[in-house]
Design a protein around this ligand. Structure first.
Ligand SMILES: [Zn+2]
Length: 168
């Protein structure tokens, strides 16, 4: 469900030199801008602010709807003999081309919002794939041996390729 920004209210201020700030008040985006900023530039800034707010809201919604930490705990027991240390796992909205990424050193996993609308068994694969990188950082044979403990791994890979999502 996208955030609903019903209107934009622009307040120009002489005191403001360069920066634009905004606040969302009951669906209305209240924007404070320098008096002399050209309209065309301000419209660009507002478009960017809007999309940033929408991304942030979407991220919150996704993480509220699906508890990935709980999932990871379950998978850790089922596929990794409970040996992995997942420090954090969450949906993110900034990622464009990859379906997930894993920071081997910090133990944090990010899952792209792009897969949030895919079937459960594909989402599970992506999570398991990224978790497996905590054990093996590259895509070596050892890595795939782990990932393939998940029975639907091959099918899920096919699904993601068909969906045009680049692997990671
Ligand atoms: Zn990978």
């Amino acid at each position: 469900m996208p955030v609903n920004i019903s209107a934009v209210k622009i307040l120009r201020s002489k005191k403001r030199r360069r920066s634009v700030s905004c606040r969302l008040v009951r669906g209305i985006l209240v924007v404070r801008a320098p008096e002399n900023m050209p309209d065309i530039r301000l419209q660009e800034v507002i478009a960017e602010l809007k999309s940033r707010i929408e991304r942030k809201y979407l991220k919150e919604q996704l993480n509220k709807n699906e508890n990935l930490a709980f999932k990871a705990e379950e998978f850790n027991k089922r596929y990794f003999e409970n040996k992995l240390k997942v420090n954090s796992i969450e949906y993110v909205t900034g990622q464009k081309s990859r379906f997930g990424c894993c920071n081997f050193r910090t133990g944090s996993i990010r899952i792209s919002h792009r897969i949030s609308s895919m079937p459960q068994w594909v989402r599970d694969y992506v999570i398991i794939h990224e978790m497996a990188h905590l054990a093996v950082p590259d895509h070596s044979r050892a890595f795939w041996d782990i990932v393939n403990r998940y029975k639907l791994a091959e099918r899920a890979k096919g699904y993601l390729i068909a969906a045009g999502t680049l692997g990671s």
